[in-house]
Design a protein around this ligand. Structure first.
Ligand SMILES: [Zn+2]
Length: 450
């Protein structure tokens, strides 16, 4: 043991202060270990302890120098990284690697990314961290070959099922009722959206109408909001009559089938027309925006869905192909005219499988995702032109086909409905917590740790 101490001592002199702390910690653990493993060969013990100390010192001496990269007004990730000394090439590489795996969304002024620089070459980034929320961290780590590797770290969160019940009062509406009843602020819009297909605010809502909502809420340290999902909605109204709907989830979190369905498998979405691919990873939305990576302001007339080259692209609704051609900007593209005279457009395809004049069914494969024309990586640019020729947000388009689940998907929905009904039963029998009597509202929770 004395010999071992000397070894550690001579090494620690040349390194930093916190290494001393680490080594001190190590010694305390060494001592404990010594007690527990007294019967082991002392030589082997010392060798093992030394191996651990060496690997720790190796880790510390190679650990990157961390710097915060703080988002300023009108900054994209690109500008934010350049501000702390990364060159164009590194900034773009980080931006693109991140966009391959994560939806960065809109950056907030003051948001902090952490970048780790190599100790020996301080202009070289070797680590990048993006905190999606207080419990979810996305890391890019440079491996020995100089490639960025992605890693996600998730801290444990509390999951609870919360049931919100209420009655719409005279002169009020569902949206207000949801707020008053205590549905978390950042879920009110999502809950309203789930009801919207069946219960229009202008024509369907009536005082005395009853509703129920069950949310699956994720919180960090019990109080910090992380995420919510509307698992169940129920409405019993004067005009709408009775209906209920359940959340259906496939293994792929980006599956275009993930939505609310009635018990007979009908999707509760006001637009059946959002689904040109099976997997909907939006990398760029419609409208004027500061691009999250380049930081440039531009108008984007469609939605970009990321997908590998060759991924099937579907007609979003029945119609007639009006263009199936190539140009230098759009690459291989297809446009389809629908019964309401709107057009759906599919750009940058690697392959086109239909020709002009051809009639197509909803969800027929019309081509494959590609990277043709002016495109910075494989994706589908999907756009909708109104009958007057103006572009509109494809996510706002209401029309035509409502997907219905069939076969294995329908069977899976039935299984999931069973599980949701069980949670409903438990939640409803939990001790109610009153949120004020004006709406005769109750909120019931089941706390669960997952
Ligand atoms: Zn686009």
């Amino acid at each position: 043991m004395i010999e071992n101490k000397q070894k550690c001592g001579t090494k620690k002199i040349k390194i930093h202060f916190y290494i001393i702390i680490f080594i001190a910690l190590f010694f305390s653990s060494c001592k404990q270990e010594e007690k527990k493993t007294e019967k082991l060969d002392p030589e082997a013990q010392l060798a093992e302890i030394q191996r651990r100390i060496d690997s720790l010192e190796n880790y510390i001496s190679n650990s990157p120098i961390l710097k915060p990269a703080i988002v300023e007004s009108n900054f994209g990730l690109f500008q934010t990284l350049q501000k702390i000394g990364l060159d164009n090439k590194q900034s773009l590489k980080i931006g693109n690697t991140l966009a391959d795996t994560v939806e960065i969304g809109t950056l907030r002024v003051g948001q902090v990314f952490w970048v780790g620089f190599d100790q020996k070459d301080t202009s070289k980034a070797v680590l990048f961290r993006y905190a999606e929320n207080p419990a979810t961290f996305h890391f890019l780590i440079m491996d020995s070959t100089g490639e960025w590797k992605y890693k996600i770290v998730e801290k444990p969160v509390t999951v609870r099922y919360a049931m919100y019940e209420g009655v719409i009062k005279e002169g009020s509406n569902l949206n207000n009722a949801l707020k008053e009843i205590g549905v978390p602020q950042n879920m009110v819009g999502t809950v309203s959206e789930a009801f919207r297909c069946k219960v229009s605010e202008r024509t369907d809502q009536h005082s005395g109408d009853k509703f129920k909502v069950m949310l699956r809420e994720k919180r960090f340290q019990d109080s910090i909001w992380i995420e919510g999902r509307v698992l169940y909605i129920y409405y019993d109204g004067y005009r709408v009559k009775h209906f209920e709907a359940f959340w259906y989830q496939e293994t792929d979190p980006k599956s275009s089938f993930n939505a609310h369905y009635t018990e007979d498998g009908e999707a509760l979405i006001s637009s059946g027309l959002r689904y040109p691919m099976d997997r909907l990873h939006i990398t760029s939305r419609y409208g004027y925006r500061i691009h999250p990576i380049t930081g440039q302001r531009a108008f984007h007339n469609g939605v970009d869905y990321r997908g590998a080259v060759g991924t099937p692209v579907y007609a979003v609704a029945e119609g007639v192909v009006v263009q199936s051609t190539y140009d230098d900007i759009s690459g291989n593209f297809i446009s389809i005219k629908h019964s309401d005279n709107s057009q759906s457009l599919y750009l940058h395809l690697s392959q086109r499988g239909v020709s002009s004049g051809q009639r197509v069914r909803s969800r027929q494969v019309i081509g494959k995702v590609g990277n043709t024309g002016r495109s910075s990586g494989p994706h589908l640019h999907f756009a909708i032109k109104q009958p007057n020729g103006q572009y509109m947000n494809p996510l706002d388009k209401k029309m035509i086909a409502t997907p219905k689940l069939e076969g294995a998907k329908l069977a899976s929905l039935m299984e999931q409905i069973k599980t949701i009904r069980e949670a409903l039963g438990k939640t409803e029998s939990a001790e109610p917590k009153s949120i004020g009597d004006s709406l005769q509202a109750t909120v019931k929770y089941i706390q669960k740790y997952e």
